[in-house]
Write a protein that binds this ligand. Sequence first.
Ligand SMILES: [Zn+2]
Length: 52
Amino acid sequence: MSDTVTRSCPDCGDDREFYTTARTAVHLGEKRKFRCPDCGYVFVRIDGIEAG
Ligand SMILES: [Zn+2]
């Protein structure tokens, strides 16, 4: 799995290539934190599902 994911950034209003800033094993799977390179917006995914 890649360390980057392309998705729309709500702050930039356009697609950005988010990069992984943290990766943690949790009981639900793997928790990963992604950051927008332009504005710093962060979102979290647990086992591939966005968790706010
Ligand atoms: Zn952004």
